[in-house]
Design a protein around this ligand. Structure first.
Ligand SMILES: Nc1nc2c(ncn2[C@@H]2O[C@H](COP(=O)(O)OP(=O)(O)O)[C@@H](O)[C@H]2O)c(=O)[nH]1
Ligand SMILES: [Mg+2]
Length: 312
């Protein structure tokens, strides 16, 4: 059964892909051998993250980039995570409208996830969903996320190339966001360049990047786009290709992937150990200790030590 399911995914069967993603999304635990098998076929896709504030034009840009990738004979999977949008059951409204063009195209698979306030397990899920899409043969996987909190940063760490999208109005925010975004971006896009202030923002961003990056490291480029009218998309597309080649040649890509793998292993071990540790007996005993706390005045450190020392 497992083998057949894996084969269906590998042959780009849309229903099988959907089913697998829905299972992961709803927290059903797959048989480990299934994810093992999927992983084998998931390592060659290029993963691109597109992050930035809500409304910056990430979905519009993604839509235009899909078109460019398709024209260069590459298939694309998209995972859009937007915790600020209401959960609509499978697709976020805006994204659904914008990306409807690809509804019947087997070379494109788009899935929107509403975070519903729980970002905790989300990065693990998006990682696994990325593996499913990669195993289905997608050459490119795009993660679209709102770049605000830690949870989103965890998602963005799963990709090979990070594109940070800003808008001219982000000018004031840039001081605030500086630390976070400068280190995370491999490519910067100022979208809505049709609006005032884009050149000024581009210049201050270039200055910041210039002073942050040492001469011997690849300095991220800044692109100006007006995604809704397709301006600047060709140059951005070339920029992505350039960064990809540079990362392949200077070892950055392999480093990023190795780090990712290491973090995943850390996470899996952590999850499993925690799972094994908190038996119902332990939880019961913890509840008892908490109840008695008013009498014993035990500190959380002491209770934790008792928990660890206590038999399973
Ligand atoms: N003026 C202008 N509006 C844009 C541009 N790109 C996207 N938009 C609009 O900005 C809004 C938000 O875009 P969307 O792609 O949903 O942003 P996201 O929340 O970052 O995914 C939509 O109404 C788009 O049509 C642009 O280059 N210029
Ligand atoms: Mg969006």
């Amino acid at each position: 059964m497992n083998k057949k399911f894996v084969d269906q995914i590998r042959s780009n069967n849309q229903i099988a892909i959907s089913k697998a993603i829905t299972s992961i999304e709803s927290g059903n635990i797959f048989n480990k051998s299934f994810l093992d098998e999927i992983y084998k076929y998931s390592t060659s896709s290029l993963r691109i993250g597109i992050t930035g504030p809500p409304g910056a034009g990430k979905s519009t840009l993604t839509d235009k980039l899909i078109d460019k990738f398709l024209k260069s004979n590459k298939s694309v999977g998209v995972i859009a995570v937007d915790p600020t949008s209401p959960f609509t059951g499978g697709a976020l409204l805006g994204d659904r409208v914008r990306m409807n063009n690809y509804l019947w195209n087997d070379d494109v698979f788009i899935r929107s996830l509403g975070a519903r306030g729980e970002l905790g397990g989300l990065s693990k899920k998006t990682q696994e969903i990325g593996d499913i899409l990669a195993a289905s043969g997608k050459d490119i996987i795009i993660y679209e996320t709102v770049g605000v909190g830690q949870g989103e940063h965890d998602i963005i760490k799963q990709v090979d190339i990070v594109i940070v999208v800003l808008v001219p109005e982000s000018g004031d925010e840039i001081q605030l966001m500086k630390a976070g975004i400068i280190e995370i971006g491999d490519i910067f896009v100022i979208n809505k360049a049709d609006r005032q202030g884009s050149n000024k923002l581009a210049q201050s961003l270039i200055n910041i990047l210039h002073s942050t990056f040492s001469k011997n490291k690849l300095q991220p480029e800044v692109f100006l786009t007006s995604a809704d009218r397709s301006d600047g998309i060709d140059l951005l597309f070339e920029g992505i290709d350039f960064v990809n080649n540079a990362f392949v040649n200077d070892g950055t890509l392999i480093n990023k992937r190795n780090n990712r793998l290491k973090n995943r292993v850390f996470q899996i071990v952590k999850d499993q150990l925690l799972d094994e540790f908190w038996t119902s007996k332990k939880i019961e005993s913890l509840n008892k200790s908490i109840k008695n706390m008013n009498n014993t005045h035990d500190s959380p450190f002491k209770i934790a030590k008792m928990m660890i020392d206590e038999k399973k």
